[in-house]
Design a protein around this ligand. Structure first.
Ligand code: C2O
Ligand code: CU
Ligand code: CU
Length: 432
């Protein structure tokens, strides 16, 4: 039963200057400003209407990452917006409450456009999440974090060159959060919900607190988990999200960090080149001397109907050499296959390299049915649109493309390490 309101959003991609690292303003790009873009909020059932304008001097697109939408509203490489041009996608939100994001997707140029600052968040609400006693006051006890690694040169300007050892594109030595260098947050509540996006181009981040305290992961890319998962780590590859709740003591200071990534089968030399050995401070949290009470996180969160028992169309995908999937590089004029609408698909995805890749599918949230035949760990047991691929393991993903068909306009699947995506580690499918 979808009865929502109309929501109009306007996004203007523009060039500007931002003093990210104190000292000197650096040329950056943003939506409706000079770096990143506004957080958009909508409810399941709302009719979204966007006016997207491109004030840049080059072609870009705006892709709604994780959104279930018609192919002509996806904002992938086929929805190019010329300099001075505009684009007006519209669709009705029909997916569970979660945090999505939007970013450019121009073929071959995505890494540079995102690195310069074009990205933003979309928060979706629904009746299920409203019915749960979770922290929900935006910017107070429900705080989104766009976490990005960046390099700065001697003038504190964004550094866009890569080291020759990189197999992944730019790995930044500094972390910025919501466009802020050296960030801190002043907490006023006993429980703090952080909705974390790894918005880096290539870096895999392994989130933890400096005192190794436990926290609850309550959601993943596409919605709430079935129940809170008590943990000390949240591993996010580029584009993945984690919704977490952490308890605070009055007057304390605690630091959210990214720790070295352990036990993921990536060769040690690649780990070093890819920044997976790094330890970085992400956000300092300063708790006030008096904290407002917060309710306990409910023991049951969302219902997730398993797709595992349904008959499925099977496909397999092998990622290799930072530019191919099943031996082919992305070709805008080649449709790799057609998926049948309203039918379950089972995709077996394998990273055949010794370094890291991940895998993202447009239009849909999928379920990780198994990893090398085993049930997925709790953080991967909810709705996902992007999954980190440990080398040489079979990830069985189950998904159903419903509602929207288009015989001509494709959706994408690709590695979300943007350097790999730009080099062609991407394919296209239509829903028929
Ligand atoms: Cu976030 Cu095809 O991308
Ligand atoms: Cu996407
Ligand atoms: Cu890759």
């Amino acid at each position: 039963d979808l009865r929502g309101g109309a929501r109009n959003f306007s996004l203007d991609a523009e060039a500007g200057e931002t003093p990210i690292k104190p000292g000197k303003a650096t040329p950056t790009w943003g939506f409706n400003g000079s770096y990143l873009g506004p957080t958009l909020r909508a409810r399941r059932g709302d009719d979204l209407r966007f006016t997207v304008r491109n004030h840049l001097e080059e072609t870009t697109t705006v892709h709604f990452h994780g959104a279930h939408l018609p192919a002509d509203c996806d904002g992938g490489p086929h929805q190019a917006i010329e300099p001075g041009g505009s684009w007006e996608p519209e669709w009705t939100v029909d997916q569970p409450a979660t945090m999505l994001w939007y970013h450019p997707h121009p073929h071959g140029n995505t890494a540079r456009h995102v690195y310069r600052g074009l990205a933003g968040l979309i928060l979706i609400d629904d009746d299920v999440s409203d019915g749960l006693d979770l922290p929900r006051e935006y910017g107070v006890d429900d705080v989104p974090l766009v976490v990005q690694d960046r390099n700065f040169d001697g003038d504190n300007a964004l550094e866009e060159s890569e080291t020759w050892t990189s197999t992944t594109g730019i790995i930044g030595e500094d972390v910025i959060v919501n466009g802020t260098y050296g960030p801190y947050f002043e907490a006023t509540t006993r429980r703090l919900r952080l909705r974390i996006l790894n918005g880096s181009n290539a870096r895999v981040m392994n989130f933890a607190f400096d005192d190794d305290r436990e926290f609850l992961q309550i959601g993943s890319d596409g919605g709430l988990l079935t129940e809170p998962h008590r943990t000390r780590r949240a591993l996010l590859s580029p584009a993945e999200r984690a919704d977490i709740v952490v308890d605070l003591e009055p007057g304390e200071t605690v630091v959210l960090r990214s720790l070295p990534v352990e036990d993921v089968g990536v060769g040690s030399i690649f780990k070093r080149f890819n920044g997976m050995d790094d330890r970085l401070d992400v956000l300092q949290i300063r708790a006030a001397d008096e904290l407002a009470d917060s309710p306990e996180v409910p023991a049951k969160l969302a219902e997730i109907a398993s797709l595992s028992d349904e008959p499925a169309a099977e496909r397999s995908f092998r990622l290799a050499g930072f530019s191919t999937i099943n031996g082919d590089s992305m070709d805008m004029n080649r449709i790799d296959f057609g998926a049948q609408v309203d039918t379950v698909e089972e995709w077996t995805v394998r990273n055949t390299d010794e370094y890291h890749h991940n895998f993202h599918v447009h239009d849909v949230q999928f379920q990780v049915a198994s990893i090398d035949g085993e049930a997925p760990p709790p953080p991967l047991a909810g709705w996902k649109d992007t999954v980190f691929l440990e080398p040489n393991r079979d990830y069985r993903l189950r998904m159903r493309f419903d509602q929207y068909t288009d015989p001509d306009l494709p959706y994408m699947y690709h590695c979300h390490i943007l350097f790999h995506e730009d080099f062609g580690m991407m394919g296209q499918f239509v829903v028929l």
